[in-house]
Write a protein that binds this ligand. Structure first.
Ligand code: CA
Length: 217
C-alpha cells in the first residue's frame, strides 16, 4: 500500500517511515505543508497520514485544500495535542480518522488497513454522482457512457459541486475556490462558466437559487 506521511518531526518521521516500511507499506515522506499538499495529489497515494502542526502550511489547511480540489484519498490526522478542537477541526475538513501522538506502530498499521478498506470505493479514484463520474487520477469525465471534454476550470467546478451535493454554494464561495491568480476574478463570469458546464453535463443538474447561489444534484 502506498502511503504519504506528512510529518515535520524528523525523529518521529524516520521512526514511523521505518515501522511502516517493515509492515509492508511504500512510504512517501513530506516534511512541510507545501510538499505534503503536492504529494497528496499524486494518484498513486492510497492513504495519507497528516500531522496538523506543520511548517509552511498548517495541516488543516492542507486537508481543506485537498478536499476542495477533489482529492478523496483517506486521511488519518496525527496530532500531539489531542484536544477535541483539533479532532473536530480535522473531521470537519474531511479527515477520515484520528490518532493522538504518541501512538503504537501496530495501532497505526491497523488504522491504515481499516482506512484503505473503508475508502476502497473512493480509493479507486472515482468520484460519482448519479450518472456523472470523474476519474480523479486521469481527469476523465463521463455522463453515463459518454466522455465529456471539460476545461480545467470546468473540471474543478464540477469536482467542487460533486463533493458538496445538495449544498447551497454561493458565487463568492465558487470564486474563492475555483479561481487562481491567473484567472479572472469577477464573479459575473461564474454565470458564464456555470452555463457552459450545464450545457455539457445537463442543465437540470445545477439549479440557480436566486440571490443565494447554486445547488448541484
Ligand atoms: Ca509537527
Amino acid at each position: 500500500m502506498h502511503v504519504l506521511l506528512v510529518e515535520d518531526d524528523h525523529d518521529l518521521a524516520a521512526r514511523t517511515k521505518r515501522g511502516l516500511t517493515q509492515a509492508g507499506f511504500v512510504v512517501e515522506l513530506a516534511v512541510d505543508g507545501d510538499d505534503g499538499l503536492e504529494l497528496g495529489m499524486q494518484p498513486q497515494i492510497e492513504v495519507i497520514i497528516l500531522d496538523l502542526g506543520l511548517p509552511g502550511r498548517p495541516g488543516l489547511e492542507v486537508l481543506k485544500e485537498w478536499r476542495s480540489r477533489g482529492v478523496a484519498t483517506p486521511v488519518l490526522v496525527l496530532t500531539a495535542r489531542g484536544t477535541w478542537i483539533d479532532k473536530v477541526g480535522g473531521l470537519n475538513e474531511g479527515a477520515d480518522d484520528y490518532l493522538t501522538k504518541p501512538f503504537h506502530m501496530p495501532e497505526l498499521v491497523a488504522r491504515l488497513h481499516a482506512l484503505k478498506r473503508r475508502g476502497w470505493g473512493r480509493a479507486s479514484n472515482l468520484l460519482t454522482h448519479d450518472d456523472i463520474t470523474i476519474n480523479l487520477g486521469t481527469g476523465e469525465v463521463f455522463v453515463g457512457e459518454k466522455a465529456l471534454d471539460l476545461t480545467s476550470l470546468e473540471l474543478r467546478m464540477l469536482k467542487y459541486f460533486m463533493n458538496r451535493p445538495r449544498h447551497v454554494i454561493s458565487q463568492t464561495e465558487l470564486v474563492e475556490h475555483l479561481y487562481n491568480i491567473e484567472d479572472m476574478r469577477e464573479s459575473n463570469t461564474i454565470e458564464v462558466y456555470i452555463g457552459r458546464l450545464r450545457r455539457k453535463i445537463g442543465a437540470e443538474k445545477i439549479k440557480t437559487l436566486r440571490g443565494m447561489g447554486y445547488r448541484f444534484g
